[in-house]
Structure formats: structure tokens, C-alpha cells
Design a protein around this ligand. Structure first.
Ligand code: ADP
Length: 522
């Protein structure tokens, strides 16, 4: 780990590294980093444009902090509008050249497969970088990186299957459709799954022949920069993938308003999503948005209670609760409520929280001081609203952004802790008596990202799945992602789907071709 005084930033003024965002003339384009698990690597710090790491034109950098220790890891270069112009120009030129968009689809498939292979071969280092930068448990980070490789391979498999159709319009014409890429896609990702969101964005865009300019979240730029070095090695031509680090209000804004960007793909908060949708709408860009959630997780009395307790734990404490589809509203059938709550409380108090580099840790650090403060604020709000704090509700230790897994009981549907997305390890528990009642409660939300149903009764499971307003329903499982299964939200949880064949539709447009035939003898 780099020290707070930045001694590992060789040649850098010691004081400068303490100052957060500031002007650096010469931050090196690679800095050595030693991680707490002993792995050492070179972190790229530049903007990745045209298959090269470059310094930001204005020379600005910003600090990247470890959420587990609150110490500085490094600085990275901060893109501004002029760098965004460069990145878009590179992507535009690469798209127009046809080197990627017009290539035999198997060229793209081969490159995406190679990228997956390079990432998989380096899984331990990449997972460690994710843990270092985001604070998530190393076991979760390893899972993320495997999902990244799986998804890139899945996208590779789609490359030569993006077909149109032949349309029978009679013998006087020949009519068909083809699906064509959109052009330069602007992609903006959040900080909770930095590399997985990178893959969910880059994979389908590339499979369908687009080029991209992707902005990472300001608190977690490291893993995306690290894997960018594999892009040329995988055989992806210059300009196809461009990765920039920087701030939403500056370069996020520049991307969403730029006329050369044909599509915006965004994952993040509903508030920012609304704003981006307006920008994109004003410029008639295509948009996909994966936004917030407040997912209901429903437990019927006939469920396997032991397994369900584990599913509820996975639903809310996985990734420190920083999951847009987290099962944050648990509804338990009245007859098993007391027993369930007791078992959930015991299991919650057993969740191993702490050093994210410890293999046994389930819940690592929250990603930022801001997120920690927000979670603790919601604990206060819950108390003030009259909910019962069953367990947790406080910071763990005084170094690093750790929170004890938290349960609130005796909640009512109008409480803010039931209505608003907390984005942390905080769950509310409510009783219900009937299917009708629980569906009404589950659907009483502006969101609609995911829902969970736990029961041995297939009829109940399917009925609830049909009636609950959410883009995903998990039955007897939760936070259970697969690259072939589409993911996205109803209502305020978003627009469009990621993964599965559905993701590809968002990155292509249909062209209809109709040829009038000159027929013999007519
Ligand atoms: P949070 O507030 O939890 O950081 P956001 O939804 O604001 O979540 O952030 C997700 C991503 O959106 C980040 O990459 C961030 O930089 C970006 N972002 C924030 N504001 C804007 C904006 N006005 N335009 C475009 N992107 C933005």
C-alpha cells in the first residue's frame, strides 16, 4: 500500500500527494502499488485513448483512496472537456474507418474471447485491485472478475448472430433488415461494481460493432484502467475502447451532451439518471439506464427457513449492501415472523465484517466516506421514525468505512427507511398475512428493479413473480446473476436491459432494405 505521504509516487512532491485534486505536471503514467495481500503491480494512471495511456491535457489529477484504510492509493489523471473531445474523436474515427464495425464478426469474437482470457489469467491481481479500490470482500471481487470473463465470452458468442430478417413482400421486391451498430457510445459507470459494470457496458457495445468512450466513477477508477492495457493485446484496434477517469458533473455532462455520442448507457442513482435522460433526450440520443432500487424480498411460512435466512443475508449484506437490486425490504409471513427474525438476527451478528483482503470476510468496507455518512444518517432517520433497531446501526471501528450489518423491525410502509434507497447493509423487516397484502406492499415503491420470493409452493412463487413490478424476480435465491439472463428495471429503476440477447438490441439499430426487382418479361 502506498503511504499517505505518497512516498511510492516516486519523484512526486510529498506534500502534493496529500492534497487531493490539484495540479501535477508529471504524475507518472504508471505507479507501483503494493497491496495488503502482498501482490505488487503497476497501476496505469493516464487516460486510455487510442490504445495508449496519456496524460490529461490540463495535467490535473485526483486522489484515489482505499476505503478500508482511508489511505491514499495513488492519484490518476483527471479528464476534462478537452480530453473528452480527444476520446470522442478517437472513437469516432475508429468507428468511421470500419476497422471494427465492418469487420467480419469473428474478428470481434476472437478479440473479446482473448480479452476474457487475459482478464481470467490475471484474476487474482484484478480482484485485489477491485478490493483495494472499492473496499469489497476479496471473495466477492473474485466472483466479479469471473463474471466479467464469462460475460465477455458470452458477448463474443453473439458477434456472428446479430442477424436481420428476410421479409416476404411478394415477388416484385426483395426486402430484408439488417442490424447495424449505432456509432460512438458514451458509457458512464458507478463505483459499486467497477469492473463488472465496465464489462456490462463494453461487452455488448463491442460485440455489435460500436466504439466506446467510458467514464469510470471518480472513487473507483483503478480496475478499468488496469484492464485497459489488455485491450490492444486482445487485438482490439486503436480508438475502439477509450476509458477516461473524472468527475460526473464535468465530463459526464460533456459525454451526455456531445453531438457525436449516439447512445448513452448509464448505471447509477435515479437522480443522476433522470438528469442524464434529460440531456440525452434534448440531443435525441438512445439511452439505457440502470438505476436505483428498493427490492422486496418475500418470505412465506413454508419456505426452508435456514436456506432463506442465508438468501436474505446474501440479498442485503453482499457487496456491503451497495447493490442497486439489494433485497432491502424483507416481508415475512406472520406465523414465522418471530422465529425468522430471531434467526436472521443471529445470522446477521455472525456476518464477518472487516478486512476486505481476508478470505473469510463477507462484508468489506463501504466505498466512500460519503456513503458511510449516508448510511449512518439513515440509521438516525429510522430511529427518529420510531422503527426498532434490532441489531447493528453503527460504524465498526474508527478507521475505514465499515458499518455493522443492520436490521430495523416494527417499520411502517410510509417510513423513509422503507421507501428510500439506502445503498448499504440496512434491511427492514415487516409482517404480512396474505399474498394480496404482500404484493400490494411489494409494489408500493417508485422502483422496480428486483424482487425475491421464498417458498416451496411453486404456485405461490409464480403468482408473486407474475404480479410483482420488477425487472427480475429471484425464487429461493437472491443477487443471483448470470450473463445470459437480462437485468434491468421497471419504473424508476431504469430503461432497457443489460446481459442476455436483450443487451444487444440496445446497441444496434434496424435498417430495412427494399429493392424493386426488374423481372424478366415485365
Ligand atoms: P453517486 O451519487 O452514488 O456517486 P451517481 O449516480 O451520481 O451516484 O454516479 C454514478 C456515475 O454517474 C459516476 O460515474 C458519476 O461520475 C456519474 N455522474 C454523476 N453526475 C453526472 C452527470 N451530471 N452527468 C453524467 N454523469 C454523472
Amino acid at each position: 500500500m502506498l503511504s499517505r505521504t505518497g512516498t511510492a509516487l516516486r519523484g512526486m512532491p510529498v506534500a502534493a500527494t496529500r492534497l487531493g485534486m490539484r495540479f501535477y505536471a508529471q504524475l507518472p503514467l504508471r505507479v507501483p502499488v503494493k497491496m495488503p495481500n502482498g501482490i505488487e503491480y503497476e497501476q496505469p494512471t493516464g487516460l486510455f485513448i487510442n490504445n495508449k495511456f496519456v496524460r490529461a491535457k490540463q495535467g490535473k489529477t485526483f486522489e484515489v483512496v482505499s476505503p478500508a484504510t482511508e489511505e491514499e492509493i495513488t492519484h490518476v489523471y483527471e479528464a476534462r472537456e478537452d480530453d473528452v473531445e480527444d476520446a470522442i474523436a478517437a472513437a469516432d474515427q475508429a468507428f468511421k474507418s470500419g476497422v471494427w464495425s465492418d469487420a467480419d464478426p469473428l474478428v470481434r469474437a476472437k478479440a473479446l474471447n482473448k480479452l476474457a482470457e487475459l482478464i481470467e489469467e490475471d484474476l487474482e491481481t484484478i480482484a485485489s485491485i477491485e478490493t483495494l479500490d472499492n473496499g469489497k470482500a476479496i471473495s466477492s471481487a473474485r466472483g466479479d472478475v469471473q463474471l466479467v470473463a464469462n460475460y465477455l465470452r458470452s458477448c463474443a458468442g453473439w458477434c456472428d448472430k446479430i442477424d436481420g430478417r428476410l421479409i416476404n413482400t411478394g415477388s416484385t421486391h426483395f426486402s430484408y433488415t439488417i442490424r447495424q451498430p449505432l456509432g460512438v457510445c458514451g458509457q458512464i459507470i458507478p463505483w459499486n461494481f467497477p469492473l463488472l459494470m465496465w464489462a456490462w457496458k463494453v461487452g455488448p457495445a463491442l460485440a455489435t460493432g460500436n466504439t466506446v468512450v467510458l467514464k469510470t466513477a471518480e472513487s473507483t477508477p483503478l480496475s478499468a484502467l488496469y484492464v485497459s492495457q489488455f485491450v490492444p493485446k486482445a487485438g482490439i484496434p486503436a480508438g475502439v475502447v477509450n476509458i477516461i477517469s473524472g468527475f460526473g458533473k464535468i465530463i459526464g455532462e460533456a459525454l451526455t451532451t456531445h453531438p457525436k455520442i449516439k447512445k448513452i448507457a448509464f448505471t447509477g442513482s435515479t437522480a443522476t439518471g433522470r438528469h442524464i435522460y434529460q440531456n440525452a433526450g434534448a440531443n435525441l440520443k438512445k439511452v439505457t439506464l440502470e438505476l436505483g432500487g428498493k427490492s422486496p424480498n418475500i418470505v412465506f411460512a413454508d419456505a426452508d427457513l435456514k436456506a432463506t435466512v442465508q438468501n436474505i443475508i446474501l440479498g442485503i449484506y453482499y457487496n456491503s449492501g451497495e447493490v442497486c437490486c439489494a433485497g432491502s425490504r424483507v416481508y415475512v409471513e406472520e406465523s414465522v415472523y418471530d422465529q425468522f427474525l430471531e434467526e436472521l438476527k443471529a445470522a446477521t451478528e455472525n456476518v464477518k465484517v472487516g478486512d476486505p483482503f481476508d478470505d473469510a470476510t463477507f462484508q468489506g468496507a463501504q466505498t466512500s466516506q460519503m456513503q458511510l455518512s449516508k448510511i449512518l444518517k439513515y440509521v438516525e432517520i429510522g430511529r427518529d421514525e420510531g422503527a426498532t433497531l434490532v441489531t447493528g446501526g453503527e460504524r465498526l471501528g474508527n478507521k475505514g468505512f465499515f458499518v455493522k450489518p443492520t436490521i430495523f423491525g416494527d417499520v411502517t410502509e410510509d417510513m423513509r427507511i422503507v421507501k428510500e434507497e439506502i445503498f448499504g447493509p440496512v434491511v427492514t423487516i415487516t409482517k404480512f398475512k396474505t399474498v394480496e397484502e404482500v404484493i400490494e406492499k411489494a409494489n408500493d415503491s417508485e422502483y422496480g428493479l428486483a424482487a425475491g420470493v421464498h417458498t416451496k409452493d411453486i404456485n405461490k412463487a409464480i403468482e408473486v413473480s407474475n404480479r410483482v413490478n420488477s425487472g427480475t424476480v429471484w425464487i429461493n435465491t437472491f443477487n443471483d446473476f448470470h450473463h445470459a439472463v437480462p437485468f434491468g428495471g421497471f419504473n424508476a429503476s431504469g430503461i432497457g436491459r443489460e446481459m442476455g440477447i436483450e443487451a444487444l438490441e440496445n446497441y444496434t439499430q434496424v435498417k430495412a432494405v427494399r429493392a424493386k426487382l426488374t423481372l424478366s418479361g415485365k
